[in-house]
Design a protein around this ligand. Structure first.
Ligand code: ISL
Ligand code: CA
Length: 540
């Protein structure tokens, strides 16, 4: 199979917030199709669509009630087909979210499963004896509270690692797996170009009497036995020319090569979740840039011999990196871009990241949407905090920051109706129209970065070496492929930083291929300005 995804740059679309074509305030498939030329101009190669399947939207589409139907808010299956054809015409591929750790509690399988202990669908999910007072064990869900919900009708509880409306599928059941595999084949035969596998490392669980010691998520994170299911998935994936990227928390940088190697790996690449390092008290945390550098660097090194990385800073589950890691300037937006997009792996850009979009200034709990954030807010209130304090603690790090509508124009340009989430008021300063016209905008910088990445094989296949490893504010690395060598340096701080560069780099003839200040200089002693970034290449 071709490895087209190695040279590719991905773009993640959160469909609810990208573009609304019928003015109901909700982004949709036709809206995405309208904006394909924009994506082409940016230069990306494939789109990853967050879930667009039929769903009661308890977790914005991550609770699926029909895998083979489109949520009418987004359009129809025909709209998706049209979008796919239009994208392919422009040379843009499309991958979809595959959510198979759990379904919605409104999925017909679960509705059946709940009916009785001897229902044929009972074992599609995970049930265990319980009483209203005593759950099968004390495990906690990612969204807060027990992983168990009691069902008075059958006097058992069902298991869910996320919300109670997202019951976990029972992967031990071969009949369930076969139905999932048929669904996967159906989508691949439909013509999509791959999948992003949601929460895939959670599909296997420890026995219910497993005792948690330090890590509360250990009983359902990359648990032994998952290999069987992953190998079955691999056998399907490998019979198509597609790409797969797994959200696989708990698969660490030492085991990830086993998951992603070309010979026997289950999937093509992994989103690690470790680099989102935060420091500080809850409600005051900041992104830890050196933690970010350290984790990313370790993954580069460990994956080098036989694995492949998925590279990202932003997604729909995290606040905006330009706010958490950067200082909300064009310099920090472009420095972060330079740092991660030239690493070894397939880079993903999350919608609006290419503009340096920032966090949302939440003023009221009415503006919050994410179920886990609302649950956290109520938990803080129950602990006796004031509504103001609870709001601040909840919104400081809520994933809703990244889910506000895309900024197309001064006034948003996302919809003529009231959008499902408020538009960030700074859309008048940060938007597509302004940035397309400004040669020094983050948007135009991203364009150059993508072109650069494509122009030199060293950025794709070159090896990774950390430079100035101990520097507390600068991330520098080299990439090397035969005689081709590039030096990437970024000041990840808002203060000037002076570095001493190695002789073999300052005495050799080099070209500064890209910089985020207009008058970059390169010498033995170089002072980098706040969030200054440079890409330098040895002349041939
Ligand atoms: O493992 C985790 C933490 O260590 C979790 O972060 C988990 O893997 C992650 O939250 C899963 O996220 C994905 O699945 C969720 C959905 O709400 C998120 O939006 C999605 O990205 C449930 O489907
Ligand atoms: Ca709409």
């Amino acid at each position: 199979m071709s490895k087209w995804w190695k040279n590719a740059v991905g773009y993640q679309i959160y469909p609810r917030s990208f573009m609304d074509s019928n003015d109901d305030g909700i982004g949709d498939l036709k809206g995405i199709q309208e904006k394909l030329p924009y994506l082409k101009e940016l230069g990306i190669d494939f789109i990853w669509l967050n879930p667009i399947y039929q769903s009661p939207n308890v977790d914005n589409g991550y609770d699926i009630s029909d895998y083979q139907a489109i949520n009418p808010e987004f359009g129809t299956l025909e709209d998706l087909k049209e979008l796919l054809i239009a994208a392919h015409k422009l040379g843009i591929r499309l991958i979809m979210d595959l959510v198979v750790n759990h379904t919605s509690d409104q999925h017909p399988w679960f509705i059946e499963s709940k009916k009785s202990k001897d229902n044929p669908y009972r074992d599609y999910y995970l049930w265990a004896d319980a009483t209203p007072e005593k759950m099968p064990n004390n495990w906690q869900s990612f969204f807060g509270g027990s992983t168990w919900t009691y069902d008075a009708n059958t006097k058992q509880a069902y298991f869910h690692v996320f919300a109670k409306e997202q019951p976990d599928l029972n992967w031990k059941n071969p009949a369930m797996r076969e139905e999932i595999y048929q669904m996967i084949r159906w989508w691949l035969d439909f013509g999509i170009d791959g999948f992003r596998l949601d929460a895939i490392s959670h599909i296997q669980k420890e026995p219910w009497d497993f005792k948690i010691t330090d890590n509360p998520w250990a009983p359902f994170m990359n648990v032994a036995g998952i290999e069987t299911y992953m190998a079955e998935l691999r056998d399907i994936f490998r019979s198509y020319d597609i790409m797969t990227v797994g959200e696989a928390s708990g698969v660490n940088s030492k085991t990830a090569p086993f998951w992603t190697n070309e010979e026997s790996g289950y999937i093509d690449m992994i989103f690690e979740l470790e680099h989102q390092v935060r420091t500080g008290e809850p409600g005051f945390e900041l992104g830890d840039l050196m933690g970010f550098k350290k984790v990313m660097s370790r993954w580069q090194k460990d994956m080098q011999p036989m694995g492949w990385n998925a590279l990202y800073t932003d997604n729909h589950d995290n606040p905006r990196s330009n706010s958490t890691f950067g200082n909300e300037t064009r310099e920090s937006a472009t420095a972060l871009a330079t740092a991660y997009m030239l690493l070894r792996g397939t880079p993903f850009i999350y919608q609006g990241q290419e503009l340096g979009m920032t966090n949302f200034p939440f003023e009221s709990i009415e503006e919050v949407n994410a179920a886990d954030s609302l649950a956290a807010y109520h938990a803080w209130l129950e602990k006796g905090l004031s509504p103001e304090e609870a709001l601040r603690l909840t919104t400081h790090w809520t994933r809703d920051h990244s889910r506000t509508p895309m900024h197309w124009t001064d006034f948003g340009g996302f919809s003529t109706n009231l959008p499902w989430m408020k538009i960030n008021p700074n859309t008048d300063k940060i938007n597509v129209a302004l940035q397309q016209a400004d040669p020094f905008s983050p948007f135009n910088y991203y364009k150059k970065l993508i072109t650069l990445r494509r122009s030199f094989p060293v950025f794709i296949d070159g090896s990774y070496h950390i430079e100035l490893a101990k520097h507390p504010k600068v991330w520098a690395y080299t990439r090397k492929l035969k005689s081709e060598e590039a030096y990437i340096i970024t000041n990840l701080s808002d203060q000037p930083q002076t570095v001493t560069l190695p002789n073999r780099w300052v005495n050799a003839p080099v070209t500064i291929l890209l910089a985020n200040y207009q008058d970059p200089s390169w010498g033995k002693t170089t002072t980098l300005r706040p969030f200054e970034a440079m890409v330098v290449k040895k002349d041939a």
